[in-house]
Design a binder for this molecule. Structure first.
Ligand code: SRM
Ligand code: SF4
Length: 568
């Protein structure tokens, strides 16, 4: 029997209700039906199964070990200690005893079984959070720069992320009815969706707000990127607008390519909602609804031409974009350790390997952060590099936090002894991700350990080289922007990409295909050696590879790097 298309499922879902309420009550299976597996994504959850157990369960003629991943909506990535403690309790009561910081600065929990899904959602809401639109063909979690140095700007950007997220939240009450038992009212199932319409978007849509000089949100990897422009008085003048960024690709299919957003102009703060809504609705109306692999905004822009899309956006927004203003990004990483914000409070950025917060022998990270949440009076900020900032600490409280960090192995020496390890990012991949072709998160520690002797040999232990690993070409760790990237091809085999920059402004290039760890190390060894010997002062690895003629820009059809004339 053939399944209905996702477009049909959305239209016939009674505004994202489907038969979820009934399906949750069906005790004969741990799974939802095909349609509801699509619909539940809009509620922030994915049905998965433990792939480590798949073969054994098949042999035993059991259904797969179905379980659910839940993603929190957290625009700007800020959590209070109370929310942290709530998440910790949820993870240890209903999920796999771990919290996972994502590359979109929120949390995922894994391993929730169907009969506990509703209780878990209710617990999330009781802890003052929700999961609406964390997945699905809608606007996703809105990113906001997490740089702790500029406190006032951070607060403004966080506010923008919150407001944009609320603006693009679907109007349907489905979430509240299904998970929180809200009473149905007359328009239940037929609510007016003023922005999305009946069929929502053709595909996911992602927005990020960056504050130069740090591109810690990787703003150009988003469908809509806003780069804050600050005037001479330190006030927010407005935003440069970039459209069409996205990482997703397919191995060997040239028509599926990653793309860096192109900067199309400048808007004032008053114009932000109009231009964002114009981008979303142009994509709603022109995006490909036949082929989901070709349905992101980047393809709409490339198929119709950037000029036409910008003209449509301007017509819908009711104004012409101003010329883009110069900006400068220093890097797209996090700054580790303590820094003092401009409001006199202190912020501690901790490196979390792949964002995984669990208790493992010698590293009780989950317990440690729980103990910190019990005494911390500020907030926790997640970064898009899967790290955490313990933010807003009065000077007098620092020693107490430091003691808890040391006691629970949260310090960087323990978790990331080299510079490359501190900034490395890897996606979840196996065993939960249905699309993984190779390990990523579980492979990162082993790969770093194998790389360490090479770094030591060439004196590069503290060289800040940007490494990202993805278990498949979808690119959840934004690998195509890394200086070194491994993209999973099959178990134990990766494509090696080289030559991105450290500012998230240049894509890398396929260097070797389908290779194993020894071959990866063999390929990297001479390049690291040459880099160590020939680099110029402060020259980064990706820039060196280009200057030395070792790699060129990749052969994607459009936007392989951000127009550098704007990069003041
Ligand atoms: Fe992703 C699908 C995990 C950020 C591009 N992503 C998935 C799924 C849900 C697999 C699936 O569809 O069955 C993964 C769940 C794994 C698991 O077991 O938890 C998954 N993506 C993640 C996270 C958790 C990676 C991480 O390790 O942090 C990130 C969650 C972000 C969040 O909190 O919202 C995550 N995904 C990204 C990013 C990075 C970003 O947004 O900055 C990208 C690249 C940017 C982009 O969208 O192009 C990304 N994920 C994808 C794609 C490719 C989309 C495309 O247009 O081609 C898929 C596959 C799909 O949607 O069909 C995907
Ligand atoms: Fe899964 Fe691929 Fe995303 Fe990794 S990049 S989480 S393997 S979809």
């Amino acid at each position: 029997m053939s399944h209905p298309s996702v477009e049909d499922i959305k239209i016939n879902s009674h505004r994202l209700r489907g038969t979820l309420a009934e399906g949750l009550l069906d005790a004969t299976t741990g799974s939802l039906n095909f349609e509801d597996q699509r619909t539940i994504k809009f509620h922030g959850s994915y049905q998965q199964d433990d792939r480590d157990l798949r073969d054994e369960r098949r042999r035993q003629k059991l259904e797969p070990a179905h379980q659910f991943m839940i993603r929190i909506r957290a625009p700007g990535g800020v959590f209070t200690p109370r929310q942290w403690l709530g998440l910790d309790e949820i993870a240890t009561t209903y999920a796999s005893h771990s919290l996972r910081v994502t590359t979109r600065q929120t949390f995922q929990i894994h391993g929730v079984i169907k009969r506990e899904l509703k209780a878990t959602m209710q617990a999330i809401n009781a802890a003052a959070m929700d999961t609406i639109s964390a997945c699905g063909d809608v606007n996703r979690n809105v990113l906001g720069a997490s740089n702790p140095l500029q406190s006032a700007l951070h607060a403004q950007v966080h506010d923008w992320a919150q407001r944009l997220s609320l603006h693009f939240k679907p109007a349907t009450r489905a979430y509240y009815e299904i998970w929180l038992d809200e009473e149905k009212v007359a328009e239940s199932g037929v609510e007016h969706e003023p922005i999305y319409g009946d069929a929502y978007l053709p595909r996911k849509f992602k927005i990020a707000v960056a504050v130069p000089p740090y591109n810690d949100v990787d703003v150009f990897a988003n469908d809509l990127g806003l780069v804050a422009i600050v005037d001479d008085a330190g006030q927010l003048a407005g935003f440069n607008v970039a459209i069409g960024g996205s990482m997703g690709a397919s191995h060997g299919i040239a028509a599926h390519y990653p793309r860096i957003g192109n900067v199309i102009g400048f808007v004032t703060p008053e114009q932000v909602f109009a231009i964002a809504e114009a981008a979303v609705t142009v994509q709603r109306d022109l995006g490909d609804r036949e082929d989901r692999k070709h349905a992101r905004f980047k393809y709409t822009i490339d198929d119709h031409g950037s000029d036409r899309i910008v003209a449509m956006m301007e017509a819908r927004a009711g104004f012409t974009l101003q010329p883009a203003r110069p900006f400068h990004f220093e890097h797209n990483g996090d700054r580790f350790g303590w820094v003092e914000g401009d409001n006199g409070l202190w912020h501690l950025t901790l490196s979390l390997p792949s964002g995984r917060i669990a208790d493992t022998p010698g590293r009780p990270l989950l317990t440690g952060l729980r103990e910190i949440a019990k005494v911390h009076e500020g907030e926790f900020r997640m970064t898009c590099n899967q790290n955490v900032i313990i933010a807003g600490v009065p000077a007098a409280q620092r020693a107490r936090i430091d003691a808890l960090v040391a006691q629970h192995g949260l310090d960087r020496e323990n978790n990331a002894p080299t510079a490359i390890a501190r900034s490395a990012v890897s996606c979840v991949a196996l065993p939960t991700c249905a699309l993984a072709m190779a390990e990523a998160e579980r492979y990162l520690p082993g790969f770093l350990a194998a790389l360490e002797p090479l770094l030591d040999k060439h004196g590069l232990r503290e060289a800040p080289i940007l490494l990202r690993i993805s278990g498949c070409p979808n690119g959840c760790s934004r690998p195509y922007l890394a200086e070194i990237a491994l993209v999973g091809k099959a178990v134990g085999r990766y494509n090696l990409f080289l030559g991105g920059d450290h500012r998230g402004m240049r894509m890398n290039t396929l260097y070797r295909e389908n290779i194993t760890e020894p071959q990866i190390l063999e390929a990297l060894e001479p390049l690291l050696g040459r880099y160590a010997a020939e680099r110029e002062t402060d020259e980064r690895f990706g820039d060196f590879l280009h200057r030395a003629g070792i790699v060129e820009l990749p052969p994607y059809p459009t936007n392989r790097q951000v127009a550098l004339e704007l990069h003041a």
